[in-house]
Design a protein around this ligand. Structure first.
Ligand SMILES: Cc1cc2nc3c(=O)[nH]c(=O)nc-3n(C[C@H](O)[C@H](O)[C@H](O)COP(=O)(O)O)c2cc1C
Length: 192
């Protein structure tokens, strides 16, 4: 089982948490890592290279800091450019990512308690993930339980060690929820 980790932090030099998660993932052999800010800080995205990297994977993990309740623009650009029609969807057959799993790992400055109808942010964090869930569904991918790490500014060294361990386990665990392609929702005809 191969995992590709797409890291969508725009500037890891200023990162405490995503940089620590990245360092943790580098200790794992079967995880192929793509740090978008290293690969494409100024250059345009190499769509073929990105498609090749994820086409060969069983699991795709998107890791990013939450910016304005969404993903940073570098990762949105990656999604917009790499998940092309005729490749990821609109093929008349299952697209290139059908049957693979998608997991979100994200960090927030806001505390867990702030995410809810009565909290500072007014919505559960889950609501922020609807566009990504819809994307997974549309592409025939299996959505996996996200790892949302809240209140990261409050994390001390022991807290960072704990989240590194959770992330490590999550990347290595057996994916029992992984569904075979034939059990996924129907794909669309080529002209949709
Ligand atoms: C432009 C910007 C927007 C942000 N928006 C949010 C937000 O909507 N919700 C939230 O909880 N934290 C928000 N934050 C805080 C970041 O999520 C937090 O700084 C980040 O997860 C820390 O990770 P790092 O140490 O890897 O940089 C924002 C930070 C920046 C710089």
């Amino acid at each position: 089982m191969k995992t590709v980790l797409i890291v969508g932090h725009p500037d890891l030099r200023s990162s405490r948490i995503n940089a620590a998660l990245l360092e943790e993932s580098r200790s794992l052999e079967d995880v192929h890592i793509r740090v978008l800010s290293d690969l494409y800080r100024t250059d345009s995205i190499d769509i073929q290279a990105e498609q090749d990297a994820i086409a060969g994977a069983d699991h795709i993990v998107l890791q990013y800091p939450t910016f304005w309740y969404a993903m940073p623009s570098i990762l949105k650009r990656w999604l917009d450019e790499v998940l092309t029609r005729g490749w990821a969807y609109g093929t008349g057959t299952p697209g290139a990512l059908a049957g693979k799993s998608l997991r979100i790992v994200t960090t927030t400055g806001g505390a867990f308690e702030g995410y809810g109808p009565d909290g500072l942010h007014g919505w559960e964090y889950e609501a922020m993930l609807v566009p990504l869930k819809a994307t997974a569904r549309r592409l025939g991918m299996a959505w996996q339980e996200p790892l949302v790490i809240h209140g990261v500014r409050e994390l001390d060294d022991a807290g960072i060690r704990r989240i590194r361990n959770s992330f490590h386990e999550l990347l290595t665990e057996t994916r029992e929820e992984h569904r075979p392609v034939e059990n996924l929702s129907p794909f669309e005809p080529a002209n949709s």
